[in-house]
Design a protein around this ligand. Structure first.
Ligand code: NG6
Ligand code: CA
Length: 520
């Protein structure tokens, strides 16, 4: 097979150095587009707009993420496409809004793979143009055909949709089981102690968060009362697989270690790493060295642990001299929630901290707080430092990274992914999106449409979670309209004053949903 120009970076690097010096002497601009950048997407879990010091938090400090922001672009209108995890991850990877696909709401422990093999993803597009690709961290997009074969081959999974390597927490850590999946197998599984996962109590005497509540190291507040592991009861039941089970406290260390190892062995190629953190999802059990580090309790400590992970990854890029050829994107999978099922003092210790910043709502709803989240891009030497108010969304990363890597988008995939790479790179006069659709959880839920400074809410289900309206016990109107310029907190519904605008936006939203795609 003919070597591609990217099989070995050394000659390429020398050539570029030569090009740089000649171009420098001639005073010409260098076309960096010619080189495929590495891409690292760091996705936080349940991190709100106001949870980082670079986004205004004062109750804690996030020096590493702040440094990333100060060296790159901090977006003030950066979105994830849904206010729960599974649909945001689905749309980030596939470039298609999750509401177009049945069964993409929060995935249960035994969920089959939600992204069908053959679907183009950000990983398969980059892999197709010579990238090495890996996902390390939380998956929560299902494994297997009908359900995961925990004791056999776990496929299809990431390796069937464009990843060369995966090292995963299969679902989310408040769901069973607490084991790592490495490529197609549960790591360290002893065949003599098979792993069983189910949604019914396996035997009468199986200890649960209800029967053994007094033994728990972190009590539950709602749900999360089934099988106990590491002193924490979870959603769902499991038995066996004892040698494979991890300690919650070690997740971040393990993933950072695995990521560093993988970057080191793949640095000769262009690479794409999806670092999928579990911080600050429940149960918020951080490593001992971060426990008690903030006044906010475990939720704040988890933000500090996340910040540490980002610092380790940045240091690795510096040490390997990769920062100048690596686009780092930092984002979140949905907005914040305080009590998400465990008694971890998140509400009691919140003080003046505003997890969603100036926005209303958070996880589970379509107010801005649900999807407008921290969004930072950094590419040393390529991205000018600054703050951007351009609208960008995690669903755009597939098309944007494909464009940067020289991969062509298939016409019938990545149906909602816009190439906004000029905005992501802070290029002069670059435009972001002019609209973005927000959803809560899965198909058939509620929608938000932000277009310019207008925001239309469509509550099909007539109820909303985790917002001021719910807390006040007030019903939610089917349609509401807000002017985000004067009312970023979405408190003043102006639908009756702007009937024409509301009608236009209703039509636009309906059209975006019905058309089956928004990318031309
Ligand atoms: C909910 C869980 C919540 C969390 C969420 C998924 C209960 C009562 N609540 O059903 O704790 O796990 O699912 O979060 O069980 S996400 O960030 O992965 O979408
Ligand atoms: Ca989440």
């Amino acid at each position: 097979m003919m070597p591609t120009p990217f099989d070995d970076r050394r000659p390429c690097f020398l050539l570029i150095c030569f090009f740089f010096s000649v171009a420098g002497l001639m005073g010409n601009a260098v076309d960096l587009d010619a080189k495929q950048p590495n891409v690292i997407v760091i996705m936080a879990d349940d991190l709100g707009y106001g949870d980082l010091s670079c986004y205004g938090a004062t109750a804690l400090e996030t020096p590493n993420i702040d440094r990333l922001a100060s060296q790159g672009i901090r977006f003030t209108s950066g979105y994830c496409s849904a206010s729960t995890c599974t649909p945001t991850r689905y749309s980030f990877l596939t470039g298609t809004y999750a509401f177009r696909q049945e069964g993409t709401g929060i995935a249960p422990p035994n969920s089959p793979a939600l992204i069908r093999p053959g679907t183009a993803t950000i990983a398969s597009l980059l892999q197709g143009v010579g990238y090495k690709t890996a996902v390390i961290g939380k998956w929560h997009l299902g494994l297997g055909v009908d359900q995961p074969d925990w004791n056999g081959e776990l496929k299809p999974g990431p390796l069937e949709i464009g990843f060369d390597h995966c090292f995963l927490l299969p679902t989310t850590n408040d769901r069973v089981p607490q084991v790592y999946v490495q490529d197609h197998r549960v790591l360290n599984l002893d065949p003599k102690d098979p792993l069983w996962v189910g949604n019914k109590k396996p035997s009468e005497d199986h200890p649960t968060g209800i029967t053994h509540r007094h033994t728990l190291k972190m009590d539950w507040s709602h749900g999360h009362n089934s099988t106990i592991h590491n002193g924490i009861s979870r959603i769902g039941f499991y038995t066996g697989g004892h040698a494979a089970r991890f300690r919650d406290e070690d997740l971040s260390d393990k993933w950072v270690q695995q990521s560093i190892k993988w970057i080191e062995s793949n640095k000769a190629n262009p690479f794409f790493l999806f670092f999928s953190s579990h911080d600050l999802h429940v149960p918020r059990i951080v490593h001992e060295r971060f426990q008690g580090k903030t006044s906010l309790g475990p939720r704040g400590d988890a933000i500090v642990e996340l910040d540490w992970c980002v610092g380790e990854l940045m240091q690795t890029l510096d040490r390997l001299e990769l920062a100048e050829n690596t686009l780092v994107v930092f984002c979140s999978d949905n907005g914040p929630v305080l009590d998400d099922g465990y008694k971890d003092d998140a509400i009691e210790k919140i003080g003046d901290h505003k997890a969603a910043g100036p926005y209303q709502g958070g996880k589970y709803n379509v107010f801005e707080g649900g999807t407008r989240t921290p969004f930072i891009t950094r590419w040393t030497g390529r991205i000018p430092a600054g703050v951007s108010d351009k609208i960008v969304c995690t669903v755009d990363l597939a098309a944007s990274c494909a464009a940067l890597a020289g991969a062509e988008l298939p016409s019938d995939d990545c149906l909602d992914s816009f190439d906004v790479h000029p905005a992501l790179l802070g290029e002069k006069d670059a435009q972001g999106r002019d609209h973005v659709v927000q959803q809560d959880n899965g198909r058939g839920g509620n929608y938000g449409l932000r277009a310019g400074n207008w925001k239309l809410l469509r509550h099909d289900s007539k109820k909303t979670k985790n917002s001021e309206l719910r807390l006040q016990g007030r019903p939610v109107a089917e349609y509401q309209l807000f002017d985000l310029q004067s009312d970023p907190g979405e408190r003043n519904n102006v639908i009756d004053q702007h009937v024409d605008i509301a009608r236009e936006l209703k039509d636009q939203l309906e059209q975006l949903i019905e058309a089956g795609r928004s990318r031309p």
